[in-house]
Design a protein around this ligand. Structure first.
Ligand SMILES: Nc1nc2c(c(=O)[nH]1)N[C@H]1C(S)=C(S)[C@@H](COP(=O)(O)O)O[C@H]1N2
Ligand SMILES: [Mo]
Length: 414
């Protein structure tokens, strides 16, 4: 992977490493690295004026100077402004949204969840009854399998949001699906269940029962408050790490059966033709993915030290490594991961880079606990043919021009 035949890139790298170490240990007194990040101020004058603050408002609002916004792509889709967020959590109002039949308004007092089919006791739960069961709280991402898919164009003016904004991370609370299945006494022959939503689309998916014994959740809260209507209020199914379309919102019915139910979504939509003529179906797990959120279009950077920042995630478990390349994927260096690293969760990575003012292409590559390495676009195409706009998790780049302007690297998607 390291390119020892290229003397120029070797020199660049060792210079960068020495300065980076000095920079980190704080011994670079007056050295170029520190001066660029933090200029010394000669005249320190303190402004003595005070301003009477506003009284508390009924609703906590963002500072009027901050305007992060979802990008509404169509009446069925909106994306998370990944470039405006820090850390890993997505504020609920900035969670991406994907609706096949609009956002239904459901009265929580009238809400019911039915479990039936191959069970000893068909059951019907109110919201209060669901809340009475032992609860669990966990963080995880939800990512649409169409991320960087149907609505993505390989245009140089992509932002992190238009590139990979169909993923969001929340802390969810609810009752384990296994608790409810035990309550209903599901048959030992039941190996699949149908999950059905209460929206105009009546969205349905078939899910293997093993996912219930693993980590499926019937969720009623998100980031400390009840779900937002767009996220499935009052109750959604949450299948950590699996493609977003399986996390059925406005969940109203679970039916146990012996086989996949072959719903409309499964026969007409979520299937992917492969180069060898086979069709990939029930491709539930979201493979490891990552995106550099800064620097990215439309930023303009200055020469000197800067922190390359981004998010990595995997539906198969924890992220164990993220590597960053500043030479279009020839050499890779290990980025720092923000602890705690959680399974099936957005993981923040950071990498200090001394940009010398020369054209560069920066990329990130995620590795998860199964050893899976995020593939190049070329490798993904060889494997899957890219016949369907789903599960397109390949490595992407940002092109940094000599003038500091940053653009989506269209070549990384060719
Ligand atoms: N009932 C219902 N559930 C649904 C959908 C829907 O249209 N109706 N969309 C699915 C899809 S395609 C995705 S990617 C996720 C998106 O969840 P979010 O809107 O909370 O981000 O919800 C899934 N669950
Ligand atoms: Mo989706």
């Amino acid at each position: 992977m390291s390119n020892s035949k290229n003397p120029e890139s070797l020199t660049d790298r060792s210079d960068a490493m020495i300065s980076r170490r000095r920079f980190l240990s704080g011994t670079a007194t007056g050295a170029a690295g520190v001066a660029v990040l933090h200029k010394t101020v000669a005249d320190i004058t303190i402004d003595p004026t005070k301003q009477q603050g506003a009284p508390p408002a009924a609703l906590g609002e963002r500072s009027p100077f901050e305007k992060p916004a979802r990008k509404v792509i169509s009446n069925i889709l909106s994306t998370t402004p990944l470039q405006d967020l820090h850390g890993t959590i997505t504020p609920a109002d900035l969670h991406f949204e994907r609706h096949h039949g609009g956002i239904p308004l459901i009265d929580p007092d009238k809400y019911k969840l039915i479990i039936h089919g191959m069970v000893e006791r068909p059951l019907k739960f109110s919201l209060d009854e669901l809340k009475r069961f032992p609860a669990i709280t966990r963080s995880c991402f939800i990512e649409c399998s169409g991320n960087t898919g149907e609505y993505f164009r390989a245009d140089r003016k992509n932002t992190p949001q238009t590139l990979r904004g169909l993923t969001s991370q929340s802390e969810w609370t609810g009752v384990k699906l296994s608790t409810l299945f035990r309550e209903a006494g599901i048959s030992s022959r039941a190996s699949w269940f149908l999950a059905e939503g209460n929206d105009a689309a009546v969205m349905t998916r078939s899910i293997p029962v093993e996912k219930a014994w693993d980590d499926a959740l019937v969720a009623y809260a998100q980031n400390g408050e009840p779900l937002r209507p767009a996220q499935g209020y009052p109750v959604r199914l949450l299948l950590p790490g699996w493609e977003g379309n399986t996390s059925i919102k406005w969940l109203r019915r679970l039916e146990l059966g012996e086989q996949p139910f072959m719903t409309r979504e499964e026969t007409s939509k979520y299937s992917e033709p492969l180069p060898d003529g086979r069709i990939r179906q029930f491709s539930f797990e979201m493979e490891a993915n990552s995106v550099i959120t800064s620097p990215a279009y439309p930023e303009k950077i200055e020469p000197g030290w800067l922190e390359v920042r981004g998010l990595a995630w995997s539906g198969s478990g924890k992220i164990v490594k993220v590597e960053v390349s500043t030479d279009a994927g020839q050499n890779w260096s290990v980025a720092e991961l923000q602890e705690p690293v959680l399974a099936k969760s957005h993981t923040r990575f950071r990498y200090l880079w001394n940009w010398q003012g020369k054209p560069a292409v920066i990329m990130s590559r995620a590795v998860d606990q199964t050893g899976y390495i995020q593939p190049t676009h070329e490798a993904l195409r060889d494997e899957r043919g890219l016949g369907a706009p789903y599960h397109l998790n390949s490595i992407v780049g940002w092109e940094v021009r000599a003038d500091g302007l940053v653009y989506f690297d269209v070549k990384s998607w060719a």
